[in-house]
Design a protein around this ligand. Structure first.
Ligand code: 13P
Length: 249
């Protein structure tokens, strides 16, 4: 994609991780075999952002938050602002994850506010999109993805963005999209992004693990992975990084 590394391997720890085990994770990280080809990032829960900021930086791992509220500060009990995650050393903020869309009812209007707030503070959104099984079976995948990407319409295309395509039916299920489905869908997402004036990386997410990462990263249009379960252990995370570096070679 020209701008930086070929692949981004990002871990989304979701609501997992205690301080001790996360420091043990950092200790167990081995060296990135191809730092110029593969970028590593981890998005831990908010409570671990500050303590992991320096240890991750020392190991060449970019830090990301899993969400933010769109206000900077004030009477918003329980919320975390973009300013706070920036202060904690974050580069990325995951937005639009299906778990936030489905469980917390985040919609396009809210996501646009969050995108703008994240951009305002110099952070890079990792914007997630993906269809449910019924939508894939009904043949409406591309319409769903187009609707989710429509939030980007009219936004400043010079602002940084990474997109993650995560079919909801592949998240945490052990099912992954087939190489044909991945290539076809990534081609559509890149095409739609181009129509919106954007060229950016599109990661694949959904049951990525050490065993399937190499074939997924080899699919056309795949620029990395957003990894849930398999990112919780340093060895499986590093095996995915190694798989990406083999594809990059
Ligand atoms: P799993 O890798 O556990 O399927 O999770 C994917 C995901 O939702 C990453 O954001």
């Amino acid at each position: 994609m020209g701008d930086s590394t070929q692949f981004i391997i990002a871990g989304n720890w979701k609501m997992n991780g205690m301080l001790d085990e996360s420091l043990a994770f950092v200790d167990a990280l081995t060296e990135n075999p191809s730092p110029t080809a593969v970028e590593m990032a981890i998005c831990p829960p908010f409570t671990l952002l500050h303590p992991l900021s320096k240890p991750f930086a020392d190991k060449g791992v970019k830090l990301g938050a899993q969400s933010v509220y769109f206000e900077e500060s004030g009477a918003f009990t329980g919320s975390i602002s973009p300013l706070m995650v920036k202060d904690a050393g974050c580069h990325y903020v995951i937005l639009g994850h299906s778990e936030r869309r489905d469980i917390m009812h985040e919609d396009n209007a809210l996501l646009l506010k969050k995108l703008n707030a994240v951009w305002k503070h110099g952070l890079e959104p990792m914007f997630c999109i993906g269809e449910h099984l019924e939508e894939r079976e009904a043949g409406t995948t591309n319409d769903v993805l187009k609707g989710q990407l429509s939030v980007l319409e009219g936004t400043d295309t010079s602002l940084p963005l990474t997109v993650a395509y995560e079919p909801v039916w592949a998240i945490g299920t052990g099912k992954t999209a087939s190489p044909e489905q991945v290539s076809e869908t990534h081609a559509f997402v890149h095409e739609e992004l181009a129509r919106l004036g954007r060229t950016c990386k599109v990661l694949y997410g959904g049951s990525v693990n050490a065993g399937n990462a190499e074939s997924l990263m080899a699919c056309a249009g795949v620029d990395g992975a957003l990894v849930g379960g398999a990112s919780l252990k340093a060895d499986s995370f590093m095996e995915i990084v190694a798989a990406a570096s083999r594809v990059a070679a």
